[in-house]
Design a protein around this ligand. Structure first.
Ligand code: 6GU
Length: 251
């Protein structure tokens, strides 16, 4: 998968050299381009923002640097982005998806991460200040697939942290990125439930014992216990998930 990021803080993404995603980049499973929005300004101060029409607090990101930066990544014509060679077999052929992190966007979920992990090319546009001039979204929506995506119901200063979270969630679902694919199956949110509690040695620690069933060697009983734990936990912490699971059973 190819991932491009446009930001005024390119150094922010240096951490993508580390850990699982760093390895995935070294092995070529993920190809990353981080682009400085200010490289696409032409004034002396490299300004990327201006005051909002209609008044109000804060600054709005100007459309021209965004247009120049995104055209350079997507190609100036819509067809240009479609002529790359596919990187993976099951990837979409509909061209890149342009994603703007925004508290006003669709909620990012594990299901969305899974969908996006099948794509060939993701482009993230990190807004700062009070947002990006709406015409940027409108313009690129006419040319291809554009999504506004929110991490949740709280406000961040900019899209960078959100994009980092999305890339980690998406990247680890790309085949080969996580060494043991089975470890992806039993996680929270994959089956609409929270995950069961895990234990390792020692079997007794500070007066707390590992649940005896896990030491029993009875795989049927262990599996039943774990499923019960998942349901109990989900009922207690996230009853909203349970309602969703009952209403739309997973296939
Ligand atoms: Cl995606 N961006 C910003 N700026 N704030 C957020 C968010 C995204 N998701 C939750 N809060």
């Amino acid at each position: 998968m190819r991932i491009d990021i446009v930001t005024i803080f390119p150094e922010f993404f240096d951490v993508l050299d580390l850990s699982l995603l760093g390895k995935a980049r070294q092995s070529g499973l993920i190809e990353l381009g981080v682009h400085n929005l200010r490289d696409h300004t032409h004034d002396r101060h490299h300004s990327v923002d201006d005051t909002p029409y209609g008044g109000g607090a804060g600054m709005v990101m100007k459309p021209e640097p965004w247009g120049a930066a995104l055209d350079a990544i997507l190609g100036a014509s819509p067809e240009a982005a479609l002529t790359e060679t596919p990187a993976t077999v099951n990837a979409s052929d509909d061209g890149p998806i342009l994603i703007f992190p925004s508290p006003a966007g669709d909620q990012f979920t594990q299901a969305m991460a899974r969908e996006l992990s099948l794509e060939r090319h993701l482009v993230f546009g990190c807004g700062r200040y009070e947002g990006i001039d709406q015409r940027v979204v409108d313009h690129y929506s006419q040319r291809g697939r554009v999504r506004l995506v929110s991490l949740g119901d709280y406000v961040l200063n900019g899209g960078e942290v959100a994009v980092m979270a999305m890339i980690e969630a998406i990247g680890r679902l790309i085949p080969g990125v996580v060494g043991n694919p089975e470890s992806l199956v039993e996680e929270s949110h994959e089956d609409g439930l929270l995950e069961y509690p895990s234990y390792t040695k020692p079997s007794s620690w500070r007066g707390l014992d590992v649940p005896p069933v896990l030491l029993s060697g009875n795989h049927g009983a262990i599996s039943t216990w774990r499923h019960e734990q998942q349901i109990e936990r989900t009922e207690r912490v996230r009853p909203d998930l349970l309602l969703r699971t009952i209403q739309q059973p997973t296939t």
